[in-house]
Design a protein around this ligand. Structure first.
Ligand code: FES
Length: 635
């Protein structure tokens, strides 16, 4: 079949595709991530591209003006490749090269462990050991395989050790060539040890794990030295599945329509490329990466394993697997040691995944005497309430507004994003990640801005812009917006503003999370006063200003000393699990004993949600700090 070349500028990416491929798919294959919101359904209008040369096919869309069509602008998800193409990606289209540079990975690696410092015995899920076996004699003619197994059991303390046929076939030759001094790689498969590899003199003592946070927006990989427990390096990239939608549900629908393989391949390619970069930068042979330990939401776990997600999103919302056994990493296409094992942190339910299980482990919520709450703010907001005796968890669909998407001038938390906004003497000040001119607003900046506008009286408690003599407040057709940076101040010459619709998206998102927290408290007969510590998790959570988050009603109104930022606990949980079988068993135990509470179809939830659709809440008494800050409870 004929193939056409598609070149994307200004990212200088080129790809060869079959005729009929959409430009959006072609971009994905060229490793250009388009931050689309509708998953390629032609609804969001975020995938505009300009065709400079060549011919595209596709249906007419009402999302483009006549001028845009005349200028060669198309929706990449609706336009199909019909010849060689030269395509320009305009600045207004949220497109990026997939790999985020290391400086950004640094932002995602930050973590602060919770209140309890719990030490686990270091016993990696996959370890290497050197064995000096007694040579066979006429008096000791124990079979090679049993000889090896007995030595492994003795040295490792594992009572049950298994060996696959492929390895058994190699054992006699390897033992004799190495003079019965061998290096054995042992992987834990729950309670059983698997002899994964037997090597002679050529064996390297190096042993690494890749700990992976498989996030809906961002994927982070840490390379961990299993011999020293040291994190060697970190890399992060955007999840390329964003091409198929910002939200997990859109991606599940895309998988059903277009095949799971595409979604799986994008994820596997992302992880492979991060691991390869880490290995190259740190001079680590991929053969010495013997385990990949992942934590993510339940849908991401399914995508990575190539499992159907249909039943996760349909009543009664059943995943294929919640606690999968370890698999060969190569089986899903991960390029590390061909015998390496892939572990997934077990999920709590269909919509509360292993990332939350990891969060519980890292914060120590499962061992607390007092009641604690964990909130992971993301596209889905997960909330866990409990202590050492009981735990209950739920998930609320917040949408992407709190992560900077779903907001007109929103962007991910990366260089050029306004991450902090403060009110100083009646004027708004902002801080840009990496300094310089701003390009847009990331989640923490959006939250700060809404809080500041509320404080300033530009927004009322219903989240509506009000007439003001502030020149930055503008009204168009009765709808207000606030200009934070005008076109001269911004990097791309477009003003950075927050419009009425943006505020509504933020209010909806925060209401979803707050309502979820409130429901769990009520279902367990607790009040906010009972919450000893609130842990705020997520790579994004590191940068939220808690005062702003409370001011808008995203977080419950607790004194600052009772709120702890715990950072990317998903990654930490995966890493601790990789380093310790004991921690891994604890993760499995946590997932098993946490009650999953499904908010879907809970009538109370709708009521709580509606009550939370005010800033900070319909019932201002729930937010005493907002009351005292404004000196009043009204608008
Ligand atoms: S309109 Fe093309 S991705 Fe949404």
């Amino acid at each position: 079949m004929a193939e056409y070349r598609v070149a994307f500028t200004p990212l200088n990416k080129m790809v060869t595709v079959e005729p009929g491929t959409t430009l959006l798919e072609a971009a994905g294959r060229a490793r250009v991530a388009i931050d689309s919101a509708c998953g390629g359904d032609g609804i969001c209008g975020r995938c505009k591209m300009i065709v400079r040369e060549g011919r595209v096919g596709g249906d007419v869309t009402g999302l483009l003006t006549r001028e845009e069509i005349r200028a060669g602008i198309v929706l990449a998800c609706q336009a199909t490749v019909e010849s060689d193409l030269m395509v320009d990606i305009p600045e207004t289209t949220p497109a990026r090269e997939k790999i985020v540079i290391d400086r950004d990975a640094e932002r995602f690696r930050a973590v602060r462990i919770g209140a309890k410092t719990r030490e686990f015995v270091r016993s990696p899920l996959v370890s290497k050991m050197v064995l000096d076996l007694p040579k066979p004699t006429i008096q000791d003619s124990t079979a090679d395989c049993e000889r090896l197994r007995q030595a492994v059991e003795k040295q490792s303390g594992i009572s049950q050790v298994q060996t696959g046929l492929k390895i058994i076939r190699e054992i006699p030759r390897t033992l004799r060539r190495a003079g019965f001094r061998v290096t054995v790689t042992i992987g834990r498969r729950h309670g059983v040890g698997e002899i994964m590899e037997v090597e002679g003199r050529e064996a390297s003592p190096q042993n690494y794990a890749a700990a992976v946070d498989v996030g809906t927006s961002t994927i982070v990989v840490h390379l961990v030295d299993m011999n020293t427990a040291r994190t060697v390096d970190a890399e992060a990239c955007f999840n390329s599945q964003a091409t198929y939608g910002r939200e997990v549900t859109a991606r599940m629908m895309a998988a059903e329509r277009r095949g799971m393989e595409r979604l799986q391949r994008l994820l596997v390619d992302d992880i492979n490329s991060l691991i390869a970069t880490l290995a190259m930068k740190n001079n680590v042979n991929l053969r010495n990466i013997t385990s990949v330990v992942c934590a993510g939401n339940t849908a991401m776990m399914h995508f990575l394993l190539g499992l159907p997600t249909d039943n996760i999103r349909r009543e009664p919302y059943v995943p294929v697997v919640a606690d999968p056994p370890p698999f060969r990493a190569a089986e899903v296409g991960l390029k590390v040691n061909p015998r390496a094992l892939l572990y997934m942190v077990p999920a709590i339910g269909s919509w509360v995944g292993g990332d939350t299980t990891a969060g519980i482990l890292v914060t120590g919520l499962h061992e607390m005497d007092e009641v604690g709450m964990l909130i992971d703010v993301g596209t889905n907001g997960e909330v866990v309430l409990g202590n050492k005796d009981w735990m209950i968890a739920c998930s609320a669909s917040a949408g992407p507004a709190l992560e900077g998407a779903g907001v007109k001038c929103g962007m991910m938390a990366q260089r050029g994003a306004i991450e902090k906004v403060s009110l100083d003497g009646g004027h708004l000040q902002y801080e840009v990640i990496g300094g310089g001119k701003p390009e847009g607003l990331c989640g923490s900046g959006v939250i700060d801005l809404v809080a500041a506008l509320l404080e300033k009286g530009v927004l009322n408690r219903a989240g509506r812009f009000v007439e003001s003599d502030d020149p930055s407040v503008k009204f168009l057709d009765g709808l207000g917006h606030y200009v934070l940076a005008d076109s001269e101040e911004s990097l791309n010459g477009r003003e950075i503003s927050l419009c009425q619709e943006d505020v509504e998206n933020v209010v909806t998102a925060k209401a979803a999370i707050f309502a979820a927290a409130k429901i769990l408290l009520e279902k367990t007969n607790h009040t906010l006063r009972d919450v000893h510590t609130l842990y705020l998790a997520g790579g994004f959570g590191n940068y939220i200003n808690s005062r702003s988050a409370i001011r808008i009603g995203l977080l419950p109104d607790l004194p600052p000393e009772r709120i702890q930022y715990v950072g990317n606990t998903s990654l930490w949980g995966a890493k601790i699990g990789a380093l310790s079988c004991e921690a891994w068993d604890t993760l499995r135990e946590i997932a098993g004993r946490t009650t999953y509470y499904d908010l879907i179809g809970t009538p109370d939830y709708v009521e709580q949600f509606q009550q939370a659709m005010f800033l900070p809440h319909t019932n201002i008494e729930l937010f005493p700090s907002a009351l005292s800050a404004s000196g009043k409870g009204g608008d």
